[in-house]
Structures are given as C-alpha cells and as structure tokens.
Ligand binder design. Sequence first.
Ligand SMILES: Cc1cc2nc3c(=O)[nH]c(=O)nc-3n(C[C@H](O)[C@H](O)[C@H](O)COP(=O)(O)OP(=O)(O)OC[C@H]3O[C@@H](n4cnc5c(N)ncnc54)[C@H](O)[C@@H]3O)c2cc1C
Length: 377
Amino acid sequence: MFGRSEEQQMLVVSIEGAIERDIEPVIESYEKDEPVSKSDAKAVLRTLSEQGMLGRDIPEEEGGAGLDHTDWALMFEQLPMQVDLLAMISSEVARTVHFTGSEYVRDTYLGPLLEGELIGCAAISEPGAGSNPREMQTIAERDGDEWVISGTKTWISNGEIADVAMVVAETEAGKTQFLIETDADGFHRERLEMLGRQYDHMAQLYLDEVRVPDAHVLGSPGEGLDRTYESFELGRANVALLGVKTARNALDDAIEYAQTRDQWGKPIGEHQLVQQLIADSATYVDAARLLAYRALHRFDEGDRASAESAMAKWFATEMAVEVTSNVVQVHGGIGLSRELDVERYFRDAQMLTIPEGTTQINKLIVARDMLGLSAFD
Ligand SMILES: Cc1cc2nc3c(=O)[nH]c(=O)nc-3n(C[C@H](O)[C@H](O)[C@H](O)COP(=O)(O)OP(=O)(O)OC[C@H]3O[C@@H](n4cnc5c(N)ncnc54)[C@H](O)[C@@H]3O)c2cc1C
C-alpha cells in the first residue's frame, strides 16, 4: 500500500469520524482489559454497519457494502483493538451466511447480522482438535428433517456473546458447517480467561443434542472443512493486520517515550541502541503490513492466496511479539507497569501467533506451497 485512492481516503476519514464520535466514548467507559457488554458490542456493530464494515464484499444490491478486501482492511486497521475481532468475526459469519446459506437462512439471519443486531462466532477448534481440525469429535446426526449436534468447541472468539454460531461437525457425508442459534436447547457456554486480549469475548461452547433444521446447513454436507480452510486464507491476512495494529500502537508509544524520557542529560532516543530498537521495530511493522496487503490484493484480483496469507500471518504476529517486547524494553521499568498500555500490547501480541493456524502450521503451508511437498500427511 503505497498510497490511498481518493475513495479509500474517504472511507478511512469516515470510519475515523465514527470511531471518535460513537465508539471511543463507549470503550473509554471500560477498564483497559475489560470486555464491553453485549448491548455495547451491538451498539458498536450498528455504527460499523452504517460504515459498511459488516457488509464487506457482499454486493450492495444484496444488502452488503461491495467493498474490496483492501478497502475493508484500511478501515479495519483504524478500529480500536477492543472491538476489532468482534467486527472481523461477526462480519465473516455474515459473509458465510450470504455466500453459502440456504434461502431460509439468508432471509432470517443475513439482515440482522449486517445491521449489527445479531453477533456471530465461528466454532471449529475443540479441546482435542486444534491445529488439525480433521480430528474433531463434534458429531451431527440426521433425525428426519433435523440434525442433532453434540460436542465441545473451545477458544471461540465472540463465543461469550454470540447470538449465532457457525459450527463445524462430523456427519456421514464428512465435515459439515451449520448455523446454530445460541439460545437453542442444549447449548451452553463458559467464558475463558486468557493472558491477553482479555477484552475479547472468548468462550468454550457445549452442544448437548442441539437440534437444527436441515435448512441451517451452510453449503452442502461434507463441504465444511474445505470451506473452513478457504475462509482461513482471508482470515490469516486479517489476523496479520491485528499483529500490525498491536505493534504499531506499541511503537507509537515507544517513539513518544524515547523522545521525552531523559537519561544522561538527553532523551533516551538519542542513545544509539535505543535508536536500533525503534528502527528494527518500525521496519518490521512496515514489512508485515506490506505482506498483509499483498495477500489482500490477490483476493481482490479473485485469486487464492494460500502462501501469501500464511506468510503474512506468521510474520506479522511473530513480529508483534518481538516489537511489543522491544517497546517494553524502551520503556524500562515503567513498561512493565499496569499503569501504561505497553504491557497490555505485549500480552495481546502473544495471543495472535496461535489462531488461524499457529506460526508452525503457517510455515508448513508456505513450505508446502514452495516445495510441492506436504509435512501434514
Ligand atoms: C486469540 C485466539 C482466538 C481464537 N479464536 C478461535 C475461533 O474464533 N474459533 C475457533 O474455532 N478457534 C479459535 N481459536 C483456536 C485456535 O484456532 C487454536 O488454538 C489453534 O488452531 C491451535 O490449536 P491448539 O491450541 O489446540 O494447539 P495444538 O494444535 O495442540 O498445537 C500445540 C503446539 O503444537 C504445534 N503443532 C501442532 N501440529 C503441528 C505440526 N503438524 N507441525 C509442527 N507443529 C505443530 C503448534 O504449532 C503449537 O505450537 C483461537 C485461539 C486464540 C489463541
């Protein structure tokens, strides 16, 4: 991204205004690690809906925003971290409902998801199946024109407050994706406390013979895993931007601190080894951002971007871990204090190397695409 078009600049200015006016006052009423309430989450989503952030690449004539992935990402980069994953995942659920839902599911759920009246989550991971979703144990069995689903899903972002969950389960036809209402009989959930990104609504979901009508299958039975892998490609480029944002926010704080904190009679930013920490960090942030936008550009061209998005994801999230560590170092002792945001950025960055494929899994994808040889089999 070497510059923004006039249209992109207008999108960014518009979302910045909405954030300042409607979203920051909500977030500022919470402690720095505190998740926003469900009603505030919906208020935020309604604001983002007006900006087209929930409609993403769904065509305008079908209720979406008709945006390129790069345009959406430019807006996404502006979102406060407390609500970015909320918007990313709920809008991803809307996309999946639009592109794969039955007529009934689209008529019932798409509008409310696009308007921010419903919150979505995507449930693939299980206690025994993380990096390898093929090993999942959640099962769905047909019973007349319904499916009966049982299993446990874990580390589900938005899971604590979602109204609808996209759940992948094993069926006779293979892995299949379903849309489930979270107030269905047999559906329970429990918040998970994490090291970082404590403001996210992370939960474990329990499905005990949850019944859904046949129309709630997304795509066709047996397609669930392929669809999931395809959605991971786009998700990885967007998670890369979460890494970029985390590192960028931390770096901004480090620059300001290095300019204003004096030791040996001058700003610490004049000491050459502090300059090195800043120079390394600034270079890594820009490199990661370019990798993310290269992948997004390929999606805009209608291509897949398996290696490009895997490179962006592992590099940007490992980069965020390193940069936030550099930033704590630049701050000295106060960098470890709860008083400042930098300790939170450091904890938040650690969360990003795991989802949407761990660093190791993404490196295996890159190597597979380079070598034509897979370490997965
Ligand atoms: C912040 C966050 C948000 C998340 N959001 C969601 C969500 O919304 N929905 C959802 O379904 N899941 C979500 N997850 C879960 C996430 O997808 C899994 O945690 C991830 O896939 C890794 O699975 P695991 O934790 O079981 O680790 P494991 O798969 O058990 O891996 C443990 C370690 O072994 C390594 N490893 C595993 N296999 C290999 C291999 N073949 N070669 C080399 N190394 C290997 C891994 O890299 C890792 O270091 C989220 C997780 C986090 C942290």
